[in-house]
Design a protein. Structure first.
Length: 555
């Protein structure tokens, strides 16, 4: 298939915001795609060249991409950067530069799907001396043969910012429609593989039932619904219920196949290399040869052995250098709470009670290394409340309450699991800076720097971009941009410094210490709750309040 055929589909998808239209456009393309090219087309429609759980990455920084565009077009990097800030989309910048260029390469060849896909994949596979030069050459090779809009989508794919509105739901619907399957079949297959290319190929060949959970490939984790009080818990899951600590670490899916072990986050990132020190622990303490475990990885103080808040180990997730040195300073404990596979056999259809019994037989617990989460099976509200208070007192986030009859449902929030955490008090913070958005948000300020007050000084405490809508809502990017534009004092590239006037009510998951922001604190998962036009400078929440919440949020 010519790449231009896919480009026409990209353009059609970019031109509509309607999900049904996007589904129809993609399904038509999939029906006419050859079996040998189907997987490549599916990946490229998502703007990727590997499954999202694959640890291989193109490794192309914006600077390297700009160098490649500079070499392909002759336009200076400085000019390209200015146009990028102005347009908010590097794809449009390259499209316009190629359109302006009168030069035609003597070696220009019509691009195919295979050529584009393979060249971009090679960016991740190059190693050793001269890697940067070779990467740039692979991009130049594509750009010098590309038409205007082909170049736009090539660059967007390389920087992983395709901007055509094809999300998970659209892909599920498109494959369902293209190959006349039931939506549930496609959803189940995707939750087990996390690879739409595999799902589409199986759907085309009527082999969806052959797709199974595979050790080494992460499945979407089951999620819990949040409740507001202990009283709601039994109504949600029934009695008796299994109650566990909700730990302040991060979700870790462990895949063990003999001595080969892979570790994945909730977002399916492969972090095996970042936590190599726990691999021998898993080999020694997990009695099964082949298994998939669901767990929480929690940091602890090497002196006191007490659990630490998530922020203490969050920096380890993306660390690439000095890993062993940091592992000594920030050790972790594996807290296992579920088992999804036993010696190659799926346990998803077993109920919670049976899975827990299998799990307890499969793990040799060893404190500060690997253990099974504390549990309580009860139908007593009093016992649940006591467990909840004890858990908070130990520094945990709260508790999980699970139905004993619940099956493990990948990728879904279902009534079988609920979570109970303290409700955090909101903060009234002032906007002191912002960044211009990209793509559809290119004409709006889309990321806002927040500050709290320390007497008459403003101290940064984080950035927020969620809780704001593009249209049809009380708080939109357009509204905030109109309010903030007259307050711009300085501009530095895409960042603007603002007069402190607009105050937002901010919700958040928790407050963490931070060396990045002047306040010494940062908000985890901040979200705009309200625009507070009724408040003035003295109403901005101060550092004392922030510190008070920080100290009491675990109590």
């Amino acid at each position: 298939m010519d790449y231009s055929d896919l480009t026409k589909t990209y353009n059609a998808l970019e031109a509509t915001t309607k999900r049904l239209e996007k589904t129809e456009i993609i399904s038509k393309l999939l029906r006419k795609t050859k079996e040998s090219e189907l997987k490549q087309v599916i990946y490229l429609l998502q703007g990727i060249v590997f499954p999202k759980w694959d640890e291989r990455k193109t490794g192309m920084s914006s600077r390297l991409v700009l160098k490649a565009i500079n070499s392909a077009t002759g336009v200076s990097i400085t000019k390209l950067e200015k146009e990028w800030v102005k347009k908010g989309d590097l794809g449009i910048v390259i499209e316009e530069q190629i359109q302006k260029s009168k030069q035609t390469s003597l070696f220009k060849k019509k691009l195919t799907i295979e050529k584009v896909f393979n060249n971009i994949r090679k960016l991740a596979e190059l190693e050793g001396k001269g890697t940067v030069t070779k990467k740039i050459q692979y991009i130049i090779e594509l750009l010098t043969s590309a038409e205007n809009d082909e170049a736009k989508f090539i660059i967007r794919t390389i920087i992983e910012d395709l901007r055509i509105g094809v999300k998970v739901g659209v892909m599920k619907d498109s494959i369902t429609l293209a190959f006349e399957k039931e939506q549930g079949q496609i959803e189940n297959a995707y939750n087990l593989t996390n690879d739409f290319a595999e799902v589409a190929l199986a759907a085309k060949n009527n082999k969806l039932s052959s797709l199974k959970m595979e050790i080494g490939k992460p499945i979407n984790p089951m999620l819990a619904i949040r409740i507001e009080s202990p009283e709601e818990a039994f109504n949600a899951v029934g009695v008796p219920a299994l109650i566990e600590d909700k730990l302040d670490g991060f979700r870790l899916q462990i895949h063990k196949k003999g001595d080969e072990i892979s570790l994945f986050t909730r977002r399916l990132e492969n972090i095996t290399n970042q936590f190599k020190e726990i691999l021998p622990i898993i080999r020694s303490n997990v009695k099964l040869k082949n298994t998939i475990l669901d767990s929480e990885l929690v940091g602890y103080d090497p002196k006191t052995k007490k659990h630490l808040p998530f922020q203490n180990i969050s920096q380890r997730i993306r660390r690439k250098y000095n890993i062993s040195e940091v592992a000594e300073k920030l050790p972790v404990e594996i807290q296992v709470f579920d088992i999804l596979n036993e010696e190659g056999k799926s346990l998803l259809n077993l109920d919670q009670e049976k899975r827990r019994k299998i799990l307890e037989k499969s793990i040799k617990s060893e404190k500060t290394k690997i253990t099974i989460t504390k549990k309580l099976v009860t139908n007593s509200k009093k016992e649940m409340n006591e467990f909840y208070k004890r858990s908070l007192g130990e520094g945990n986030e709260g508790i999980m309450i699970k139905s004993l009859e619940s099956k493990y449902v990948p990728g879904r929030r279902v009534g079988g699991w609920v979570k109970l955490k303290p409700i955090k008090e909101t903060l009234d913070l002032v906007i002191i800076g912002a960044d211009w958005g990209e793509g559809k948000r290119a004409n709006w300020l889309a990321s806002f720097t927040l500050a709290c007050r320390d007497k008459n000084e403003l101290l940064t405490i984080g950035k927020v971009g969620t809780g704001i809508s593009e249209k049809d809502a009380d708080i939109t990017f357009d509204l905030l941009t109109k309010e903030l534009k007259p307050l711009i004092k300085e501009t530095d590239g895409k960042h603007v410094i603002l007069k402190p006037k607009i105050i937002l009510e901010i919700g958040y998951e928790e407050i963490q210490t931070s060396p990045t922001y002047k306040s010494g604190y940062a908000l985890r998962f901040p979200k705009v709750v309200n625009l507070r036009k009724d408040l003035g400078f003295t109403d901005i929440d101060d550092l004392i309040k922030v510190e008070k919440i920080f100290k009491t949020q675990r109590k």
